[in-house]
Design a protein around this ligand. Structure first.
Ligand code: 5GP
Length: 207
């Protein structure tokens, strides 16, 4: 009988502008990983297509999903919109024998770690306040007030870094990409992740 696969859950959090989404893409380049597509009540941005990074839903639909206990975690982010990780992605990852990448905020990460203590949580940190401000300005989406708000939010979020297993300081994107993949590869080799397979190998020795 083939081994069953209990997906490794890889959580990635970090403030906006830290390069988190780019690093998630780099993590997804690793064979055997797949993205958990969150449901959100936030309206799509011009560049976003439903079902690729997010499943865009109405408040009513979101509350329906909450009521049916369909979320592994959910949170109201910045008190603005709701975001949640549908449990179905865990089943999907199990069926596809893949590991599941969750790009979620610090509140969601805390909930997942309570429910699935063996999940691995990575926090992405920008190299400095100056660099983060530069990156946010380069996007050209925000006025000065928005930028000040984003920076303050970043500071508050970054205080949670201590609750994560790993921290990647995104100074150099190439290196940071290698780091997140190395973390995933290391986590795949953890004893608890391989117990079933090793037991099977041991059995093959007889005795
Ligand atoms: P954005 O609206 O800019 O795409 O995301 C805003 C924040 O929500 C980011 O920190 C992102 O990681 C977080 N987020 C995205 N999906 C989820 C989710 O399913 N659950 C939680 N708790 N946070 C999420």
């Amino acid at each position: 009988m083939a081994d069953s696969h209990e997906p490794l859950i890889l959580i990635v959090s970090g403030p906006s502008g830290s390069g988190k989404s780019t690093l998630v893409r780099k993590l997804l380049e690793l064979p055997g990983t797949m993205l958990s597509i969150s449901a959100t009540t936030r309206p799509p941005r011009a560049s976003e297509r439903d079902g690729k990074w997010y499943h865009f839903v109405s408040d009513k639909e979101f509350q329906g999903m909450v009521g049916r206990d369909e979320f592994l975690e959910f949170a109201s982010v910045f008190g603005l919109y709701n975001y949640g990780t549908p449990k179905k992605w865990l089943d999907e990852a199990r069926a596809q024998k893949k590991d599941l990448v969750l790009e979620i905020d610090v509140q969601g990460a805390e909930q997942v770690r309570k429910k699935v203590p063996e999940s691995v949580a990575i926090f992405i940190v920008p190299p400095s306040r100056e660099e983060l401000e530069k990156r946010i300005r380069a996007r050209g989406q925000d006025n000065n007030e928005d930028i000040a708000r984003r920076l303050e939010r970043a500071r508050l979020e970054m205080e949670h870094y201590v609750d994560y297993d790993y921290v990647v300081i995104n100074e150099d994107l190439e290196q940071a990409g290698k780091d997140v993949r190395a973390i995933a590869l290391g986590a795949r080799c953890r004893t608890r992740q391989n117990r079933e397979r090793v037991q099977r190998i041991l059995k093959s020795f007889g005795g």
